[in-house]
Design a protein around this ligand. Structure first.
Ligand SMILES: Cc1cc2nc3c(=O)[nH]c(=O)nc-3n(C[C@H](O)[C@H](O)[C@H](O)COP(=O)(O)OP(=O)(O)OC[C@H]3O[C@@H](n4cnc5c(N)ncnc54)[C@H](O)[C@@H]3O)c2cc1C
Length: 408
């Protein structure tokens, strides 16, 4: 089959590789003129890493990334609530990789170009519409000068991100993403390693949170790239979400000025970033369906979710793998798209819902509610087994663990 993929992001490029491997002809239409290494840090969880390992990409990505050793939650006083090993340190076959989004996207892009051919990634083609007949799809793409081109194929996979035009075509009344009332400021700072040098930390609670983790090895000067995210409530969303919008330190740094812990100096880390980006935390309600005949949605186009639990990129990669498996199993393309949706829609809708309730980060919120001034021992705040149960139920929900895995 000839499959058209709208969007050359993480989900679209992984789909292209999965479908090409099955012998399909794939063409990726990307809106940007040039695919640049945009964004800051992102995480690849072990189940998504296994899919990239299978595609032969993991070792190249691992070089230049950080294999995260542990995830540690703290309260706003810098006191440790819970920690758990991650990736290979937790017994998975593949690591949890923390890396620059550009490293991941360009790694996928290089593989697509090498395996499918340069001409199969067509930039400056913004997909605006799809029409379909009994045996195929006709996709309209807009060039930067406003003129249009039409591309024909057997299937369209819409991996065109949170502002998906194809999703809007099928759900014209849906409107913009739903604002959570919270804004994220994101940056990368070069700093000396903290804790194990491979630790991901989250501190605070749902109304004031700081997350950071290294995304690359320590350089010769002893510094390491550390991705961070500061989160605060902002009742009214002032500007529409744009991954590349610059942020202003004065809008959030004063609130973190006193977060100097003996294991991390948060204000110093924030100050040392070269650039700061601002992004309102948004998601969308789960849809009743992704598939319309020979067209389906994938990744953020299908299930944008709060960036809780490091799931955005990983779930898009799981989608791509599930789509490939369904296409190789089912007799007709329509049946395959329906099977893919059957496998993935409810699973990702559950994560959207769990992330609205803070996902595994609810342990920080509970600590704040139960012990706002901090605690002597964490056991005074949580019942025996409570923290393990929070962690485990989210890992099972997101497909990272078998239900019995933490019982071993
Ligand atoms: C510029 C950018 C920076 C980001 N930075 C971060 C970050 O720092 N940390 C993080 O956790 N997540 C970031 N994300 C989001 C993250 O990549 C996704 O949540 C996740 O990887 C799911 O991937 P996706 O492929 O579904 O969507 P995306 O990665 O958003 O990819 C969608 C792709 O589709 C393209 N596109 C959009 N509309 C059209 C159209 N109409 N026709 C054709 N192509 C179209 C976009 O240019 C993009 O390349 C960023 C996304 C973008 C686009």
């Amino acid at each position: 089959m000839r499959v058209i993929v709208a969007g050359g992001g993480i989900g679209g490029l992984t789909s292209a590789l999965c479908l090409h491997r099955l012998g399909h002809e794939v063409i990726v239409l990307e809106a940007a003129d040039v695919i640049r290494p945009l964004g800051v840090g992102i995480n690849l969880l072990p189940h998504a890493g296994e899919i990239l390992a299978d595609l032969g990409l993991l070792s190249a990505l691992e070089a230049g990334a950080m294999a995260t050793r542990e995830l540690v939650y703290f309260n706003r006083h810098g006191q440790r609530i819970w920690s758990e090993p991650r990736g290979r340190y937790a017994g998975h076959a593949t690591p949890q990789l923390s890396l620059h989004r550009g490293h991941l996207q360009l790694g996928l892009l290089r593989a697509v170009r090498a395996q499918l051919g340069d001409s199969k990634v067509v930039t400056a083609h913004r997909v605006t519409q799809v029409d379909q007949g009994a045996s195929g799809v006709r996709v309209t793409a807009e060039w930067p000068d406003g003129s249009t081109a039409e591309v024909e194929g057997d299937l369209l996979i819409a991996a065109d991100g949170i502002h998906s035009r194809i999703r809007a075509q099928f759900y014209p009344d849906e409107g913009p993403p739903a604002y959570s009332g919270r804004v994220l400021w994101r940056g990368i700072s070069y700093s000396r390693p903290f804790l194990t040098g491979a630790s991901m930390i989250m501190a605070g609670h749902q109304n004031q949170k700081f997350v950071c983790y290294p995304i690359g090895p320590v350089r010769a000067d002893g510094f390491q790239p550390i991705n961070w995210i500061a989160e605060l409530p902002v009742p009214q969303m002032l500007q529409r979400e744009d991954w590349n919008r610059p942020g202003v330190l004065d809008d959030f740094l004063p609130r973190f000025e006193r977060w100097t812990f003996d294991w991390l100096d948060v204000p110093a880390l924030i100050r040392s970033a070269d650039a700061v980006f601002e992004f309102p935390m948004v998601d969308r309600d789960p849809l009743p369906g992704w598939t319309h005949g020979r067209v389906t949605l994938l990744g953020d186009a299908a299930h944008p979710m709060y960036p809780v639990g490091s799931n955005g990129a990983s779930q898009a990669i799981l989608d791509a793998d599930a789509l490939g498996r369904a296409l190789s199993r089912e007799a007709s393309p329509e049946a395959a798209l329906a099977a893919y949706e059957g496998h993935r829609l409810a699973a990702t809708a559950a994560i959207v819902g769990a992330n609205r309730g803070n996902g595994p980060e609810q342990c920080m919120q509970l600590a704040e509610e139960r012990a706002p001034q901090g605690f002597g021992r964490v056991e005074e705040v949580f019942a025996a087994g409570e923290l393990e149960a929070i962690s485990k139920s989210y890992q099972v929900l997101t497909g990272l663990q078998r239900p019995d895995a933490l019982d071993r």
